[in-house]
Design a protein around this ligand. Sequence first.
Ligand code: 2ND
Ligand code: ZN
Length: 356
Amino acid sequence: MTAVLTFDEIRALPKVVLHDHLDGGLRPATIIDIATEIGHPLPTADPVALGEWFRDNATSGSLVRYLEGFEHTIAVMQTPDHLRRIAREAVEDLVDDGVVYAELRYAPELFVQQGMTMDEVVGAVQEGLDAGVADAAAAGRPIVVRQLLTAMRQAARGIEVARLAVAWRDRGVAGFDIAGPEDGFPPTRFLDAFEYLAQENMRISIHAGEAFGLPSIWEAVHPCGADRLGHGVRIIEDVSFSDDGAALGTLAAYVRDRRIPLEICPTSNVQTGAAASIAEHPFGRLAELGFRVTINTDNRLMSATSMTQEMALLVEAFGYTRADLAKFTVNAMKSAFLPFDERITLIDDVIKPGYR
Ligand SMILES: O=c1[nH]cnc2c1ncn2[C@H]1C[C@H](O)[C@@H](CO)O1
Ligand SMILES: [Zn+2]
């Protein structure tokens, strides 16, 4: 029998995160620093209490409520200096968590309240990421980081954000995403952006199958051409379970058989009501059925989590071993929006040796 992995053992393993929001991963102390500097009122000025406030506020069973907490993080992300600091600290925190490859996403349109252009936003974030990556390399803990640019579903800047992603494709941006309230804002609202991205051969992840079910996933995959699904957990609604086993509907079969990666964020899903608990989370069944599942944080601040923590929760709930975690990590690296040769190098030289 193999011993259950401890938290510290999991922390030491090389990890890959594909779904982590830059504006959902700030350090509470940094929010307090910047809010004090700019005069933005916060619910509390104590870092521990502020972290708890974000977590509690996000644990409402509703995505719309969950999203309300971002008001305070977005407020402190309105200047190039603040973005550089937050991006650099994000890389530092991921390295500390054992992450070796990360795709960090955010919506540039949310950081223009004080006059930055969206292009300046992307540039400032990239400078912060570059600084964080250089710090990590100097400390002997290399990490590769890319940006994903998100357009907000409830707004109408999809095509602009898509153009920005293409403009920055060789300077740190690896793909495009849409996020925000899912119910009432189908991905086909941005069909022009997705058609443009297809013309440009740009990679696409779409938040879908979190607060809305199968029609949202179908639209993301087919008319919009998503390479990956952000969450996608509600694909389980297209699987029926009986004494004879599991039967996949045609959409579930399509997603599984085409190996469309699911960016699963267990704690976030419990907070927004997409899953009843970690133990009842569809992750276990989807993994068993052969879906390409990956483990992610979504919003480290709002979920008071880390990659180590998300893995530890799944180990506890489903009894996963080191070999299972290796598989989910290789799944994630295979699904990254990085050139194929670079993915293989990370798998062979960093991930596989790290799990041996
Ligand atoms: O899991 C999520 N679902 C939908 N929208 C989300 C999720 N996590 C964060 N967001 C929103 C809030 C952020 O301001 C925005 C861009 O990162 O994306
Ligand atoms: Zn998300």
